[in-house]
Design a protein around this ligand. Structure first.
Ligand SMILES: C[S@@+](CC[C@H](N)C(=O)[O-])C[C@H]1O[C@@H](n2cnc3c(N)ncnc32)[C@H](O)[C@@H]1O
Length: 361
């Protein structure tokens, strides 16, 4: 059983994912280089491109457009595009966007499919894909490694700035091991789907020595949930079992499975490049110039509501989901509006580009 049903649908994720797009766009030159190298290898057979964790699809479509347009400047080979997410994901806008007016949105000789399934399983035939990507998604864990996280709502723990709550070393270790296991599983199944020489671009929100993408957002969500505990809306025992099963990796965590002779997957992939980087966040920049705390709090809260609401509602099954979520996020929005300085937000990503080795299967 997966630990989330996905993002908030009905267009809400698409409307509130500009920061994820900025983070994605920064590494698209890597994708263009990867696409060019595949086309230069003289492909005449259909070329397969797959994006895992596509959500409602607005950002994913833009990614695939970039890959297809690079491929098209090198080859006329037919292209298959695959976008995949959990079966519970809201694919409804995406499926309508792929063939407006009976023509592929990606141009001539491009055929598209949507696949529902967990990205931690093999979803496509062996050696069928030339270019695979995932953006802002692989931080979502495949399972909850512990039943309770009584001191905070996120495995990586609270920000240094606020220090609200605690995650102990044994808990941190359980999550770090789960994250490492998930990443290795993801890479193994993608290795099976990729052709030798195929490329895999993995980007995800993460942490550097300077900052972590989780700071700010989970502090305010934690404060909002604790306020609901204090008001008797949630009881303490329920709070102790609720957490967001998401892990923020460093670039060293990300590359560990493939870097070094003893790395478990060093025979499957070669690391072409890797980095951590920070990208601007539109609502933070707007607030810096207009000082409108109300607008800032709304955009900030909608942004993290889009990817935390499903887990929040699953964690409190006795609550009526919509009014419960409305209450928690209204509390969070009020906290940000009143104390914006307490919840600063920065978007740090980690990314790597891999080549599937020819040697092993
Ligand atoms: C924050 S969204 C990223 C969407 C898009 N790639 C972007 O960058 O805007 C994360 C996506 O990962 C998906 N996801 C989480 N766990 C997953 C799993 N085990 N298998 C496939 N998708 C998963 C969620 O459903 C969600 O759509």
């Amino acid at each position: 059983m997966t630990v989330t049903t996905g993002m908030v649908g009905h267009g809400f994720y698409d409307e509130n994912s500009a920061p994820q797009w900025s983070a994605t766009e920064t590494v698209l030159p890597w994708l263009e280089d990867a696409a060019a190298s595949i086309a230069d290898a003289g492909q005449s057979q259909p070329i397969g491109i797959a994006d895992f964790g596509c959500s409602e699809g607005a950002n994913s479509i833009r990614v695939i457009e970039r890959a297809v347009s690079t491929l098209r400047s090198h080859t006329v080979a037919p292209i298959l595009t695959v976008q995949s997410d959990l079966p519970t994901n809201d694919f409804s806008n995406l499926i309508k966007s792929l063939r407006p007016e009976e023509m592929s949105v990606f141009g001539e000789q491009v055929y598209s499919a949507l696949v529902g399934g967990s990205m931690f399983g093999q979803l496509l035939p062996p050696r069928s894909i030339h270019l695979a990507t995932t953006f802002n998604a692989i931080g979502f864990l495949s399972r909850r490694p512990v039943d309770r996280l009584p001191g905070y709502i996120l495995p990586n723990g609270p920000s240094k700035q606020n220090g609200v709550g605690k995650v102990v070393d044994a808990e941190r270790k359980a999550f770090a091991e789960q994250a490492a296991h998930d990443l290795e599983t993801f890479l193994r199944v993608r290795a099976a789907e990729l052709v030798p020489g195929g490329k895999l671009l993995v980007q995800v929100f993460g942490a550097s020595e300077e900052a972590r993408t989780c700071d700010g957002i989970y502090d305010v969500l934690n404060d909002a949930v604790l306020e609901a505990v204090a008001d008797g809306v949630i009881d303490r025992a329920e709070y102790a079992t609720y957490y967001q099963p998401v892990y923020f990796r460093t670039v060293e965590d990300l590359t560990a499975p493939v870097v070094g002779a003893s790395a478990p997957l060093s025979g499957l992939f070669v690391l072409d490049r890797a980095m951590h980087y920070e990208t601007p966040v539109s609502f933070v920049e707007a607030f810096r110039s207009d000082h409108d705390a109300g607008a800032y709090a709304k955009r900030y809260t909608d942004f993290f509501r889009a990817f935390t609401e499903a887990v929040l509602c699953l964690a409190f099954p006795s609550k009526d989901p919509k009014p419960f979520a409305d209450d928690i996020y209204a509390r969070a929005e009020r906290l940000v509006r009143r104390h914006p300085e307490r919840y600063p937000f920065r978007y740090i990503s980690v990314a790597m580009l891999l080549t599937r080795s020819a040697a092993s299967s």
